[in-house]
Design a protein around this ligand. Structure first.
Ligand SMILES: O=C(O)CCC(=O)C(=O)O
Length: 260
């Protein structure tokens, strides 16, 4: 999948982009089933909310054939490679389920404000591309973005218990300066791309509707980590370029059965 000039312009102006109807309903079902299987595991890579509800499954492409195949799918790989103009590797992979009634918020932050100080990533030449596994709305915890905030550069954020959420005065300043907050919603199967310096966050999910989102963070190979400090399952140390595969992940022989 290549982005059109209009989509690229929008991404460059806003710092994020939703592309509807990229994955089919059958594929979304496969990815949902696989994420349910992943969250049955008790592993250090699976983080839970304070109440025990699943929050994030990191690095599950390493033990799931379905998710591994997905990382080479041209619908995820190609738009990012198009933006960076060079080979890319996988910096991070995760599923955030934001479960019905219990999913907690993600406070405002920039991803690069963690990647740079904690992972030793030189430049914001890494980005997320995400698949909506449910219909994502303002009600069930869609990501919110401050449009254009990626152009402000990285804003230092303090390390508080291993997380670098933005300080409130910075959030206020950025939202005032851009005068906007946008909801990145869409139907299941849509894809969301966003810049490493895009200021974003999401509210909790108090609805009975799940809001599962799967994220692949690709980085330009020239931007490989210099001195990573976080766990390898969060910030990978394997900088091998991803080899794209023209076959949709769902049609590959190794992903016909649930694998996680
Ligand atoms: O899934 C979400 O609601 C937000 C996730 C996010 O921003 C992050 O993991 O950095």
């Amino acid at each position: 999948m290549r982005l059109t000039p209009a989509q690229l312009n929008r991404y460059e102006e806003q710092g994020f982009l939703v592309v509807p109807n990229v994955f089919t309903a059958v594929e979304v079902d496969m990815l949902r089933d696989e994420s349910v299987a992943v969250f049955r595991h008790e592993r250090p890579e699976i983080w839970r909310e304070k109440n025990g509800a699943p929050r994030t499954a990191f690095g599950c492409q390493r033990y799931s054939d379905t998710f591994r195949a997905l990382t080479t799918d041209t619908r995820l790989h190609d738009p990012v490679q198009q933006i960076f103009g060079e080979p890319i590797y996988i910096h991070q992979f995760k599923v955030n389920p934001k479960v019905a009634f219990e999913g907690d918020p993600f406070p405002w932050h920039q991803d690069f404000a963690t990647w740079h100080p904690d992972d030793g990533m030189p430049e914001p030449r890494a980005m997320n591309i995400a698949i909506f596994l449910d219909d994502v709305t303002a009600a069930n915890g869609a990501l919110m973005f401050v449009p254009g905030s990626h152009k402000l550069g990285m804003i230092d954020a303090p390390d508080v218990n291993g997380r670098r959420w933005m300080e409130r005065q910075d959030v206020e300043r950025v939202i005032k300066s851009q005068d906007d907050i946008a909801i990145a919603g869409g139907s299941a199967g849509s894809v969301l791309l966003f810049h490493g310096n895009a200021v974003h966050g999401s509210a909790g999910n108090i609805t009975p509707l799940a809001r599962r989102i799967l994220y692949v963070t690709y980085s330009a190979v020239s931007n490989a980590l210099r001195n990573p400090t976080r766990a390898e399952f969060i910030a990978h140390h394997d900088f091998t370029p991803v080899e794209r595969d023209e076959r949709p992940f769902s049609e590959r022989p190794d992903v016909t059965a649930q694998t996680a």
